[in-house]
Design a protein around this ligand. Structure first.
Ligand code: DQQ
Length: 542
């Protein structure tokens, strides 16, 4: 394998070996966080999917248990695919998941499972009642595109949940609503909660958020009201991105209407990088909503097989609605800060055009970096090419980290070699407002891994998103969680997030370095930068 074993993540969730994908049914029960995920017990490629199960007190240190759900009944014998947990009024968790019940086609049905012993806080054993499956595709639903039930919410004595699928002959993604009084007999509402011309919706998620800027989360059944908005997220099979909208849920009509009616269904993403099939849950212990998302590898399948593992989970993120109401904010759960060790801080350091500065005195292959930048003048910002004004990715591809700009690119080189031959750039670039716009400078955030490794055959896509922030005071912040082959970045306090996988050949272990750089024509000040070495938590016995 060209991927050095030292590139295995140190503090991102991962089992000791084999393939992992979607997060499933995250929940909190009797003092323990439970995490399930799609797992191949037999190898480092997708297949033989079971629900692996881990538990934690803090969402950072993990203990692996036996798989919770494996093929064992006719309605899941060819696969136990993604699903979610719902906490019933008496406190019992119930899981609903997709089962594949035919060998020839991926015919999909939904099954439920209950804990065998509710007094076991580790919920080691799950029982599938004999009446499974509880939902089958009927009434013209495409049975091969019908999966990933959400957490249910309850109102007026009835449960509702969503199942991802297609409508319009396959061109539209759709979230179908099913209702039940007993979690056993389910009936479909004729019209989907929502649909859009995007292709299949995998792994829908639907939840309330406080509309008054409060960071506290809401339980999934929290009632609609003037101070509550809803978020609908879907994983777009065709594009492999998790998109969401903010809008209003009309419980009586069983419909969801995005606030921005003209808004492209593909405008807002949780993460503009490698992050898919995500799912949130409400954490009653700390009254917050937490987002889990899967990040695949970007090496080759042959490398995955050679190294024996593939896939990680992003660091769980607290999510809440931005005070503008237009988008979510995301921030790594506070518990990750307990892993911080030795640190280094820089203050008030001006980086001249074309210059960089190094953060020394600590290892940064496994680190957490928080930096506040200040641009004294935005006067030299480049004009924004109108043809690229809506396409952050192309804009970043055309104006990458090495391309000198007006204001920026400035940011961090992470996992860099001493000669900077290898480096992953995480940066901002500021453009003059386009004519006819609101007059605010346009901020682009990018992760450019094209120089991340001298090794060939790696997938090194440039990722980018716009940052809806007012930079007229010149200030913007960046945080990066660096973890050997993971670079997970949060721009402007969590407005724009980008996770990227990179596999350096030189910038490994103690040879990985960290720099702040400025490739623009204007000075950039690092008002403050702190980097911490990150300790390794208990990670499933690995
Ligand atoms: N992965 C699962 C499906 C889901 C897909 C199968 C999304 O249930 O639609 O492993 O990554």
């Amino acid at each position: 394998s060209i991927v050095d074993p030292q590139l295995r993540a140190g503090y991102h969730f991962q089992p000791p070996k084999n393939w992992i994908n979607d997060p499933n049914a995250p929940l909190y029960y009797k003092g323990w966080y439970h995490f399930f995920y799609q797992y191949n017990p037999k190898g480092a490629v997708w297949g033989n999917i079971v629900w692996a199960h881990s538990v934690s007190r803090d969402l950072i240190n993990w203990m692996a248990l036996e798989p919770a759900i494996e093929p064992s009944i006719p309605s899941d014998q060819y696969g136990c695919w993604s699903g979610s947990a719902t906490i019933l009024p008496d406190g019992t968790p119930v899981i609903m998941y997709t089962g594949v019940n035919r060998p020839d086609v991926n015919y999909q049905v939904q099954n439920v499972a209950y804990p065998r012993n509710r007094s076991d806080p580790l919920l080691r054993e799950w029982v599938k009642p004999g009446y499974n499956p509880v939902i089958v595709p009927e009434g013209g639903i495409n049975a091969t595109q019908f999966r990933d039930p959400t957490t249910a919410w309850r109102a007026g004595g009835r449960w509702r949940l969503l199942i991802g699928g297609v409508a319009g002959g396959g061109t539209r993604g759709a979230a179908y609503v099913y209702r039940s009084r007993d979690f056993r007999r389910w009936a479909r509402v004729r019209r989907p909660l929502h649909s859009a011309p995007t292709g299949m919706w995998e792994c829908p998620d639907f939840y309330p958020v406080g509309a008054d800027g409060r960071r506290a989360g809401l339980e999934t059944s929290a009632l609609a009201g003037p101070r509550v908005k809803h978020v609908l997220k879907n994983s777009l099979d065709l594009r492999r991105y998790d998109y969401y909208t903010v809008g209003t849920y009309d419980r009586r009509a069983e419909r969801y209407v995005p606030d921005d009616p003209a808004g492209d269904e593909r405008r807002l993403r949780y993460d503009y990088g490698n992050f898919y099939a995500s799912k949130t849950f409400y954490d009653p212990a700390k009254r917050r909503r937490i987002l889990w998302g899967w990040a695949n590898e970007s090496d080759t399948t042959a490398d995955d097989v050679a190294k024996g593992w593939a896939g990680i989970q992003a660091i769980p993120r607290t999510v809440w609605l931005d005070p503008s109401g237009k988008q979510l904010l995301q921030w790594p759960i506070e518990e990750v800060e307990a892993l911080r060790g030795k640190s280094a801080t820089l203050k008030d350091r001006v980086i001249k055009p074309g210059q960089h500065l190094e953060v020394t005195g600590l290892q940064t292959a496994q680190a957490d970096v928080e930096v506040s930048f200040e641009v004294p003048s935005l006067a030299g910002a480049e004009p924004l090419d109108p043809a690229l004004a809506n396409d952050a990715e192309r804009l970043c591809g055309a104006r990458g980290a090495p391309v000198e700009g007006g204001v920026g690119p400035f940011g961090l080189w992470v996992l860099a070699s001493a000669d900077r031959q290898e480096r992953t750039a995480v940066f901002f670039r500021v453009f003059r407002a386009a004519a006819g716009s609101d007059g605010k400078p346009v901020v682009l955030m990018c992760t450019d891994p094209t120089k991340s490794s001298l090794n060939p055959n790696l997938y090194k896509p440039t990722f980018a998103g716009f940052v809806d922030t007012d930079i007229s005071n010149g200030k913007i912040s960046l945080r990066s969680l660096i973890d050997r082959s993971v670079v997970e970045s949060f721009g402007a306090g969590g407005k724009t997030c980008i996770l990227s996988r990179v596999y350096p050949s030189l910038a490994i272990g103690k040879n990985a370095r960290l720099y702040a750089f400025n490739n623009g024509k204007a000075d950039v000040k690092v008002s403050r930068l702190t980097a911490w070495e990150m300790r390794k938590p208990l990670m499933n016995g690995a």
